[in-house]
Design a protein around this ligand. Structure first.
Ligand SMILES: *Cc1c(COP(=O)(O)O)cnc(C)c1O
Length: 385
């Protein structure tokens, strides 16, 4: 059939470019040691930064949540799908993030679509860092606002774009921590620009939440307070569960409830998961040693990998990318590690700019010092071969 043949040609083109993707299949819970496609690996591949995805306290909370709430939300939040488990989690998240109010979503992707399309539309303008997450870019496009992208961290360019814009509503959107680079947005300077040009500042904190600001995320870490600031956190990464939340001024949250289509036209996130995330917030608060372990593994990794022909990008977050360059070379290093029982994904274009293929080493508080040593030894072996 012609339509199928067309897709087959496109897939073959991806193959030729070393860009064909397939899902590896896990046969174990998430963690530093996983079984993938039938083999055991030491893995540096998840965003489970605090090691909570398989934590006994969260498993127990999920079981309790199922007994108390059943499994499904069964309706959208505005119809009959909003339980006290959801309401209590929203309050707990707002308190933890030190923002007035919060709203739950089933995923960060959905939360980004919701906020940006609810706050700007045709005739308005969004200003986005070039390395923003794909979900933010999709949200900007879907909003139909004028979509202005500035070079990574280029505040001077952003300032020029803002100054030149006559849009009635402006929104600056950034990742707080860049997912493929591990570096952090200059949030204080961005907020200053937002104040000067009367724009919203939307911060996607998928990778800062649970890790930075004593676990409260990038906004608390930066010490920012502003009614124009909106923070999105995801609950499937450091929090170890699933979903996302947007925290902001109560009027912003009320507007989202009343206008954001990705909130209105979808079934509520499972109440058992909302119940479980409350347990993960308690662990974030009560066990700062998880963040201390993470910082120790980061220091060990930087120390151990010094002297390789490939360099770690500068990052003070658990995302520690090792820059390789070419797609085929990055794939070869990743495959060499895999042959040694270590799973580190190669990240290639279009996820990162051409010529900057890399290994995305993601650390977890559940990694042990000897795990870092084993990774470093394997990389040295591959560099010498
Ligand atoms: C993972 C991620 C998202 C999407 O969150 P999900 O809950 O996985 O849908 C959004 N933004 C960034 C920066 C992310 O890394």
């Amino acid at each position: 059939m012609r339509l199928i043949a067309q897709l087959q040609d496109k897939l073959a083109a991806l193959d030729g470019d070393h860009r064909r993707r397939r899902c590896p299949v896990l046969d174990s819970p998430q963690g530093p040691h996983v079984s993938i496609d039938g083999r055991d690996y030491l893995a540096f591949a998840s965003n489970d930064y605090l090691g909570l995805a398989n934590h006994p306290a969260l498993v127990a909370a999920a079981r309790d949540g199922a007994l108390r709430w059943g499994v499904g939300g069964g309706a959208s939040h505005l119809v009959a799908g909003h339980s006290t488990a959801h309401a209590a989690l929203e309050q707990a998240l707002a308190d933890w993030l030190r923002l007035p109010a919060a709203l739950l979503f089933s995923s960060g992707y959905q939360a980004n679509l919701a906020v940006i399309t609810a706050l700007v539309g045709r005739g308005d303008a969004v200003f986005a860092d070039r390395l923003n997450h794909a979900s933010l870019n999709d949200a900007c496009l879907l909003s139909r606002a004028e979509f202005k992208r500035f070079a990574h961290h280029d505040l001077a360019q952003l300032e020029r774009l803002l100054a030149a814009s006559t849009a009635p509503t402006k929104l600056i959107a950034v990742d707080a921590v860049y997912s493929m680079d591990g570096d952090c947005a200059p949030l204080a300077a961005l907020l200053a620009l937002a104040e000067r040009f009367d724009a919203w500042l939307y911060v996607d904190d998928a990778h800062g939440f649970g890790v930075l600001g004593e676990g409260r995320g990038s906004v608390v870490e930066a010490g920012l307070h502003s009614e124009r600031l909106i923070q999105m956190v995801t609950l499937g990464k450091a929090a170890g569960v699933a979903g996302a939340a947007v925290a902001a001024h109560a009027v912003v949250i009320d507007w989202l409830v009343n206008s954001a289509r990705p909130f209105i036209f979808t079934t509520s996130t499972s109440p058992l998961l909302a119940h479980t995330v409350q347990a993960s917030l308690r662990l974030m608060a009560d066990e700062p040693e998880r963040r201390a372990a993470l910082r120790a593994r980061m220091a060990e990794l930087k120390h151990q990998l010094a002297g390789l022909p490939w360099t770690l990008l500068p990052s003070d977050t658990p995302i520690q990318p090792l820059l390789i360059g070419g797609n085929a070379e990055a794939l070869a290093v990743s495959a060499g590690l895999r042959a040694r029982g270590i799973w580190v994904p190669a990240i290639r274009p279009p996820t990162v700019p051409p010529g900057s293929a890399r290994l995305r080493i993601a650390l977890s508080a559940a990694h042990q010092p000897q795990d870092i040593v084993r990774l470093a030894d394997a990389l040295r072996e591959l560099a010498a071969s």
